[in-house]
Design a protein around this ligand. Structure first.
Ligand code: SF4
Length: 212
């Protein structure tokens, strides 16, 4: 039996008081869609459409449902030694916070984030999914002081098929730059470049106010 509660209590002591703005995986996903989302949401307080909120709500319900499932089979599949479920992580140094579905600990001293996705399996990994894993990997590496070389995605709509995603130091450097770009928009009111993928603008809820 995994001693999740005890470890979470230990971890809570390590998580600092949040005095400064902390970036979340949702912020990074919005930035990845278009950096101007961050500008409109956080500096102009213009919320997105209800449909997007509905998707978030669905995601939350799925998240709660997963917590009730028996997920021990995954642990056997990749031979991890210990698993923690639904762990809140925050680092003032990284200026990042988030709640990771699972943290896996391996015999070689490394650890990995595991994130469930309510989508079908694809060979190609969505950039947003990869970004989320990298953020969690940075937090785990910083807080647990363990190497994090890979993360896992589990696709719940494909019989919980699991994919291993390599995570490198250059991913950490790239993500640190993204976090700094998001902070620059929110803290300094910097108006970022529009997305270069103009097809995104056609369905965008900000298209009527956005200067191209
Ligand atoms: S209209 Fe286009 S550039 Fe403007 S916020 Fe939407 S996606 Fe970004």
């Amino acid at each position: 039996m995994i001693d999740t509660l005890d470890h979470q209590l230990e971890l809570d002591k390590l998580v600092p008081d949040e005095k400064s703005l902390m970036i979340t995986p949702s912020d990074v996903m919005e930035w990845a869609f278009c950096p101007r989302f961050i500008y409109y949401i956080h500096t102009q307080q213009i919320a997105q459409h209800e449909e997007l909120r509905y998707k978030v709500l669905l995601g939350r319900q799925e998240h709660e449902r997963r917590q009730k499932q028996n997920t021990s089979y995954l642990r056997k599949k990749i031979d991890c030694q210990k698993k923690e479920i639904d762990v809140y992580l925050a680092s003032e140094k990284l200026r990042v916070k988030g709640r990771v579905d699972e943290i896996l600990h391996f015999a070689d001293g490394s650890a990995s984030p595991l994130d469930y996705k309510m989508t079908e399996f694809r060979e190609h990994t969505f950039k947003t999914h990869q970004y989320q894993l990298i953020l969690y990997a940075m937090l785990i590496s910083e807080i647990y002081k363990k190497p994090v070389k890979r993360g896992y995605l589990v696709y719940t709509m494909s019989h919980s098929q699991m994919k291993e995603v390599e995570i490198t130091q250059s991913d950490f450097i790239k993500m640190t730059d993204i976090v700094n770009q998001i902070l620059k928009i929110i803290e300094r009111g910097y108006f970022p470049q529009a997305t270069t993928t103009k097809t995104k603008c056609a369905d965008c809820c900000y298209r009527n106010i956005c200067i191209m």
